[in-house]
Design a protein around this ligand. Structure first.
Ligand SMILES: [Zn+2]
Length: 491
């Protein structure tokens, strides 16, 4: 046994060595993200983008395995579950909607077939005949002037969100079906293809509308002309109804408490979607490869998120951080929109969202931040990337409205400053198209693992720098979301 004084000396020496090491590491500015292991990051990516994951499609068992993987990485890193949730899971109950194979609509002498001239997009099975009532664009005012009881409401199609409103109003007014006349920008064939696939939606609470809803191709305005006159025209509908199945999806969430006693009451959200488009012999696939592995989209972001969780748990920044691997982005930004609507904390405590997603890369010297110049986090994002030798470029194609087409928009819409961090994208060229939503998007010899490691480090470090900002980041003046921000934060 060593003597008391010896023990003191040993303790002192240890303390001295420890302090010295701490000082040394601070002087060098060494951070956990500097020591992320490339082998570990590559291993996560190979797992999530493996053929065994079958493209992580919403509604499959494989996506649940991916979710479990992320949750266990959070647990291993010491990331805490968010109070009020089911451990690391936020359950998201969805419905998968599959259209019938056949159906018909008869107007006067014309027989119009499902999946040809028209499409039965919603509603349960029906066999009915009724008078057609035309109500222009189907605005609230137009509907109020018509007696719809027992009638088939016909309106001009004005977009999918209005369609839902008209469908509900028609049901309330006692109509037996809704037919919308389509004359939109997209060719009818692509509408048929788009609506013909299974789709997903958040399961609605309460009583559901089950009125048949049909979209009819009226490119030449023939039916509008026939019905707008107001004469009595009968129609009949035969529909097998759409198939609605419940699907349990989940967002994976974790949190790290901030190190600053005051700023830790503010939160930052790091987010990446972990789902992809699945497998099957469809556009882009060959009989030899039908698995859409989604390495770049978005196993990369999912690994960057897990890496950030690991290093921020090891050395927490000033603000608290919530990590969210969100589901069902590929089927309509569903997971992020559910998270924004059911955020586990009061939303005004969330000061910033740092999302990562992308279509791929064609420049490995930079990262691309969509919305870079739109918030006051700009300099921190640049510094985060610069630490690992990467530049930052803004949106290469503003005309494509990418900002509003990724998960970040679910939070931007609520007012939370929310750019999207992505791999280096200069333009949508052949190099991007080769992999984007193709089976070739996999973790193989064409994938740049060195760049990927630096990308993960840059994402994590940029997050740390924003979470450490003295002043919370805000939308730049004049931004389309500035008003929403003022409303959310009351300033
Ligand atoms: Zn994506």
């Amino acid at each position: 046994m060593p003597s008391r004084s010896m023990r003191k000396v040993t303790l002192f020496t240890l303390f001295f060595l420890f302090s010295f090491q701490l000082l040394w590491s601070q002087r060098k500015g060494s951070l956990p993200e500097d020591h992320l292991s490339s082998a570990e990051l590559a291993s996560h990516l190979r797992f999530l983008a493996s053929d065994e994951m079958l493209g992580r499609m919403t509604g499959t068992n494989e996506i649940n395995i991916a979710a479990r993987y992320v949750a266990e990485q959070f647990r291993m890193a010491g990331v805490l579950p968010v109070p009020g949730l089911n451990e690391y899971y936020q359950d998201v109950l969805l419905e998968r909607v599959t259209l019938a194979q056949s159906g018909r609509l008869i107007i006067g002498k014309d027989t119009l077939l499902h999946r040809k001239e028209m499409i039965v997009a919603r509603g349960s099975a029906a066999d009915l005949e009724a008078e057609l009532v035309f109500a222009g664009s189907g605005t609230k005012e137009e509907l109020a002037t018509k007696d719809l009881k027992g009638k088939i409401l016909v309106t001009n199609y004005q977009g999918s969100s209005l369609a839902t409103a008209k469908w509900k109003s028609a049901a309330e007014a006692g109509a037996v079906a809704v037919v919308e006349l389509y004359r939109g920008n997209f060719p009818w064939q692509s509408i048929l293809q788009f609506l013909g696939q299974s789709s997903f939606r958040i399961a609605p609470d309460g009583k559901q509308v089950d009125l048949p809803y049909l979209l009819l191709n009226d490119a030449q305005s023939v039916y509008e002309a026939a019905l707008a006159g107001g004469g009595s025209v009968k129609g009949s509908i035969h529909s097998e109804g759409v198939l609605v199945q419940k699907v349990q999806a989940r967002n994976v969430l974790g949190m790290v408490r901030g190190s600053d006693p005051v700023l830790r009451e503010e939160y930052m959200l790091l987010m990446a979607h972990y789902d992809h488009v699945g497998a099957g012999l469809r556009a882009g696939a060959t009989p030899e490869d039908t698995i859409f592995n989604g390495a770049r989209d978005n196993a990369v972001g999912t690994v960057a998120l897990m890496a950030a969780a690991k290093v921020l748990a090891a050395q927490p920044p000033a603000r608290s951080v919530i990590f969210a691997a969100v589901t069902s982005e590929e089927v309509g930004l569903i997971g992020s929109s559910y998270l924004a609507d059911h955020f586990p904390l009061p939303l005004e405590k969330l000061v910033y969202t740092h999302n990562t997603d992308g279509a791929g890369y064609n420049d490995t010297t930079v990262v691309t931040v969509i919305g870079l110049e739109r918030t006051t986090a700009e300099e921190r994002l640049k510094a985060g990337a610069a630490r690992y030798g990467l530049g930052v470029i803004p949106d290469p194609a503003p005309e494509q409205n990418l900002f509003n087409r990724s998960d970040n928009v679910s939070f931007a819409r609520k007012g939370v400053p929310a750019p999207n961090f992505g791999m280096g994208l200069r333009s949508f060229d052949a190099e991007i198209a080769k992999y984007y939503h193709r089976p070739a998007d996999q973790a193989d010899e064409h994938f740049d693992f060195t760049y990927f490691s630096r990308y993960c480090q840059a994402f994590a470090h940029a997050a740390r720098l924003v979470a450490d900002m003295k002043e919370r980041p805000v939308w730049r003046q004049g931004d389309p979301y500035e008003e929403a921000g003022k409303k959310l934060y009351g300033r």
